[in-house]
Design a protein around this ligand. Structure first.
Ligand SMILES: Nc1ncnc2c1ncn2[C@@H]1O[C@H](COP(=O)(O)OP(=O)(O)OP(=O)(O)O)[C@@H](O)[C@H]1O
Ligand SMILES: [Mg+2]
Length: 268
């Protein structure tokens, strides 16, 4: 696989190269069509947001892209190359990292230990041993700590952290694998408004540094303020795609949320 950043070639409407794309991706669980034909393109250095009511297939789509569930149909492409058979454990090596909808930190490891796990995904055993002997903190871990502002909390255990901080540690862990593409499934769920704004600011800064992101969130205002493009889903299908302000005004999107609350700050 090429390590050259894609420039030119398969460009999107916006003129940017697509780092990752899906073609007609479907995931069915028996009769449930959780995802049923999604084409998306993650453009270099942009944030694509996925919006949709509960159960519309957002997390399943992320699971498909990160190879945690098998595809019923469709293709997954990274730099134009099919990675549909790459095991999930190898995705970090190809530059794909993710966080989950629920906090998944190891309770017996400190904040630093948890972040280090992200770096371990991408380093060889000999590198890890060398660091252990020298008690080195890998540069990727130091960077991730700095970017997420967790420097003062490294010795704490997950049980001692606020919910918002725990989620920031997860983002740091994902960053420690030095991804090219970061996927975030509701990174601000359960956070208060200041924490949400802080995370949104962090994602925008990472984007400005060139990190390509896929963001699933229910907070519509945050999505409009943070994403470069939005894809709205309902019942596994795409219902609108484009500039964030247009997508949230789209009648099909409004209809999909009709009778349901727009999940706002602190919701869920
Ligand atoms: N492993 C599974 N087995 C069977 N059905 C599943 C499985 N995972 C998800 N589903 C179903 O697929 C549909 C989509 O679920 P998914 O979790 O992807 O939705 P979502 O958009 O992430 O919802 P939320 O906003 O609540 O997180 C739902 O009907 C769900 O019950
Ligand atoms: Mg979900």
């Amino acid at each position: 696989m090429t390590t050259v950043e894609p420039r030119g070639g398969a460009t999107e409407a916006g003129g940017r190269a697509a780092v990752l794309r899906t073609e007609d991706v479907a995931v069915h669980f028996g009769g449930i069509k959780a995802v049923d034909g999604i084409d998306l393109a993650l453009e270099q250095g942009r944030i694509l947001g996925i919006l949709g009511p509960n159960g519309s297939g957002k997390s399943t789509l992320l699971a498909a892209i990160t190879r945690l569930v098998p595809l019923t149909r469709g293709r997954l492409l990274l730099d134009g190359e099919d990675y549909g058979r790459t095991p999930p454990s190898r995705l970090a090596h190809r530059g794909i990292a993710r966080t989950f909808q629920t906090v998944r930190l190891l309770p017996e490891l400190t904040v630093l230990g948890n972040i280090q796990l992200g770096a371990d995904l991408r380093r060889s055993r000999s590198e890890r041993l060398r660091e252990l002997v020298r008690r080195d903190v890998p540069a990727a871990v130091r960077e991730a700590v700095e970017r997420t502002g967790l420097g003062d909390l490294l010795d704490l255990f997950p049980g001692e952290l606020s919910y918002g901080t725990a989620r920031r540690v997860e983002i740091a862990r994902a960053l420690a694998s030095r991804p090219r593409v970061l996927m975030l499934d509701e990174p601000t769920a359960g956070m208060n408004q200041p924490e949400r704004l802080e995370v949104a600011g962090l994602l925008r800064r990472l984007r400005d540094e060139g990190l390509t992101q896929l963001l699933v969130e229910h907070d519509v205002q945050m999505m409009v303020d943070t994403c470069d493009r939005l894809l709205a889903m309902n019942q596994g299908l795409p219902i609108a795609e484009g500039a964030p302000a247009d997508v949230v005004r789209d009648p099909a999107v409004q209809e999909a949320y009709l009778g349901k609350r727009w999940n706002r700050a602190g919701d869920r």
